[in-house]
Design a protein around this ligand. Structure first.
Ligand code: TYM
Length: 324
């Protein structure tokens, strides 16, 4: 049996990049009988940017709804809010912090990127990879499906597990990242990495009209409608290719190269392929919005189950450190 674990920050409603990079691959893995999955809402992590309770609550619900809307079997697996098990996660975080060389965190790409682009560069951003390692090691995950941007965080996690085991004795599994290299990093509507913090994301759960409004904002060049266009340098085509069938992709490629096909046509086709690919998920998302009591019940059950595993593993670590 393999343990699969991954989390999504509660920094907004999950977007197309989160879905293709992590959520859908993780839910697919959870459906294999030989796997047990821990798919959670990283609400403690989102404290680095979210500073009010109302937003935190609605973002947390949004992430939980997306996990369930994408077909995660919460009965057979584990779904939980990290904050409801905060004692365990932050306790392990401290243990790992004391084994982590300062330069390892100072040189992390994501810290460097964020500290260059955000005005609020808090200590939470700096120690973020240690909390992430705790999330993973606490449940002894074997595999962590993530987008490419999290690769270094997984390397840091493996390093921390090995250091702990070497220092105190065998305790933690060294987890492997599962990165779908064919999906890579999904671009946002401005061509940079799709990210809530850049405001360039596509929220596939929006009502159709609003979704279309976002799609219309995808940046394109100014080649006139009648002229041939290069699909390989076009964001709309790139996004369409992530979801459409091979035949649909080939047809759009021809349309681009033949000319007489505008970016407006391509954007309409992209809207349709999104609505088509995610029709069930959109329905389920709305179901949980209308049934938040049920959502809360599912989370509380998941948290009670996850607590048993977290408790067992942290006790083992405490004993090895000399705290039992
Ligand atoms: P977060 O919330 O930023 O993103 C969640 C997942 O979505 C992937 N992702 C993308 N994949 C492809 N293209 C994109 N544009 C894109 N944007 C985001 C991310 O790689 C990630 O897999 N630190 C994590 C949350 C976390 C976590 C964990 C993950 C906390 N603890 C333990 C795994 C295990 C993060 O910020 O994800």
């Amino acid at each position: 049996m393999s343990k699969i674990l991954t989390g999504i920050q509660a920094s907004g409603k999950p977007h197309l990049g989160n879905l293709l990079g992590a959520i859908l691959p993780a839910v697919e893995l959870s459906k294999k009988a030989e796997n047990t999955s821990f798919l959670f809402i990283a609400d403690l992590h989102s404290m680095t940017t979210v500073k009010d309770a109302e937003t935190m609550i609605s973002n947390t619900k949004a992430v939980a709804k997306v996990w369930l809307a994408c077909g995660f079997d919460h009965e057979a697996n584990y779904i939980y809010r990290q904050s409801r098990l905060a004692g365990f996660h932050t306790e392990l975080m401290w243990y790992l912090s004391c084994l982590t060389p300062f330069p390892m965190l100072a040189n992390a790409h994501s810290f460097k990127d964020k500290s260059d682009s955000l005005s609020d560069v808090n200590a939470g951003l700096f120690t973020y990879p240690v909390l992430m390692a705790s999330d993973i090691l606490l449940y002894n995950a074997d595999f962590v499906p993530v987008g490419k941007d999290q690769k270094q965080h997984l390397e840091i996690t493996r390093d921390m597990a090995a250091t702990f085991n070497r220092t105190y004795g065998e305790c933690f599994v060294e987890p492997k990242s599962l990165i779908n290299e064919s999906v890579m990093t999904i671009p946002g509507i401005d061509g940079r990495k799709m990210s809530k913090s850049y405001g360039n994301h596509i929220d596939i759960f929006l009502p159709e009209k609003e979704l279309y409004k976002t799609i219309k904002k995808i940046e394109t060049d100014s080649t006139p409608l009648e002229e041939p266009k290069n699909p390989d340098t076009c964001l709309v085509f790139t996004m369409y290719s992530l979801l459409a069938s091979d035949e649909q992709i080939a047809e759009m490629r021809n349309n681009y190269t033949n000319g007489g096909y505008g970016y407006g046509h391509a954007k309409k086709a992209l809207l349709e392929v999104i609505l088509d690919s995610f029709s069930e998920q959109r329905k389920q998302y709305d179901y949980f919005t209308a049934n938040e009591g049920e959502l809360e019940g599912i989370l509380q059950k998941g948290e009670a189950k996850a607590k048993l595993i977290a408790e067992e593993n942290i006790s083992k670590a405490r004993k090895l450190i000399g705290f039992a």
